[in-house]
Design a protein around this ligand. Structure first.
Ligand code: SF4
Length: 371
């Protein structure tokens, strides 16, 4: 059997990790702030409650590091939901198998209609999203969708069910650029509560997905946890641990981090652990202070006001005008969403806001531009 992150993950205990974070003091925070190269212990200090009084300082460092590394630019992408069919039960998702909603999977013609809309808005980096239903939206369907649109976009990213290494190799050959695979929570018992049925209930298979991607030679992997399921500080520590393991093991691959907070959806689940706006700002800055090169992504889950405040502080990519229902842009705008988005402004308004803040919009992926 191949080595994987699981071997490292098993050496850690959730409760000890969390109490290690909560016990960081002012001195630990000050030490972390004054270092030029920070490690995971510093990251713990920066996400701890003890760092709260230093948020302004963290934001200033994060902002200037981001400017130095990425210039005054921000990259834009758009999600495109291809299907809401799903054989999993996830307690926080509107597409969960037991939710009685009309199911819909886009045909080739419908995909191309949605693509035309996104192209007319300027997008050149697309994120394809499906639920997990092997018969309708398995590897063949995803492969077909990639082949269908690959000449129209500089970058194609997917956020679909975890796949085997050979499947990823096939998709990469046909134009796949990046894969987003969020662990949702690294708390194994809590994970099982939120994923009681379907292939997603296999915690380990999901945990090892980035390893299969790395072995397949993917260009970029997006990591993250769904905040609200468990303690955000511990989940962020495990995400950072995962990230550093992957960077060391698959050093040719690039990485990004996203920060999804639980949003209202059909069959709604209330967050178990709240994450405030100030917590999220702290976390974004802590990631930037840990890693100058890491791409940090912000979706339309967050509000207009929050997104406007955060773009200058460390975020490097942002979506706009997103629809979280299949065919949501033009084919069937009324179909049921996976979750409600918060910032509903059209792309043009988001671009204008970014420009007003002195940021140039990049429509392709960063890494793509550097190759
Ligand atoms: S989160 Fe994904 S796998 Fe879970 S129910 Fe929703 S679409 Fe299906």
């Amino acid at each position: 059997m191949n080595n994987s992150f699981k071997n490292i993950f098993d050496q850690y205990n959730w409760d000890e990790t969390l109490s290690g974070i909560l016990s960081k003091n002012e001195n630990d925070v000050l030490q972390a702030l004054h270092k030029s190269k920070r490690n995971l212990e510093d990251f713990k200090a920066l996400i701890s409650p003890a760092a709260k009084p230093y948020l302004e300082q963290m934001a200033q460092i994060s902002s200037s590091v981001t400017k130095k590394r990425f210039g005054n630019t921000i990259q834009m992408y758009a999600p495109m939901y291809l299907s809401n069919e799903c054989q999993n039960i996830c307690t926080y998702c509107g597409f969960s198998m037991t939710n009685k909603i009309p199911r819909r999977t886009l045909t080739d013609r419908e995909i191309l209609r949605e693509v035309d809309f996104l192209k007319s808005k300027g997008y050149n980096h697309i994120l394809l999203v499906t639920g997990e239903a092997n018969k309708t939206v398995g590897v063949d369907y995803i492969n077909n969708a990639i082949k269908l649109i690959q000449s129209k976009f500089a970058n194609i990213t997917i956020e679909v069910q975890p796949l085997d290494q050979e499947d990823y190799e096939l998709l990469i050959e046909n134009g796949l650029y990046a894969v987003l695979v969020y662990q949702e929570t690294y708390h194994e018992e809590e994970y099982k509560i939120h994923h009681p049925k379907g292939r997603k209930s296999n915690f380990e298979y999901r945990l090892e997905t980035p390893d299969r991607l790395g072995r397949a030679g993917i260009h970029k992997i997006g990591l993250g946890a769904l905040f609200g399921l468990e303690d955000w500080r511990a989940d962020s520590f495990f995400t950072a641990l995962h990230l550093q393991y992957l960077q060391k093991t698959y050093w040719k691959t690039k990485y990004s981090i996203s920060f999804p907070r639980l949003r209202p959806h059909s069959g709604g689940l209330e967050p178990k652990v709240a994450m405030t706006d100030s917590d999220l700002v702290q976390l974004i800055c802590a990631y930037r202070l840990l890693d100058e090169d890491i791409e940090l992504s912000m979706s339309t889950r967050e509000s207009e006001g929050f997104r406007e405040n955060i773009v200058g502080l460390g975020i490097t990519s942002i979506s706009a005008e997103s629809k979280t229902n299949p065919g949501g842009y033009v084919v069937e705008p009324q179909s049921l969403e996976q979750f409600e988005i918060s910032d509903e402004r059209p792309t043009e308004a988001v671009v204008a806001m970014l420009k007003q803040k002195g940021l140039d919009v990049v429509w392709k992926d960063w890494a793509y531009n550097w190759q």
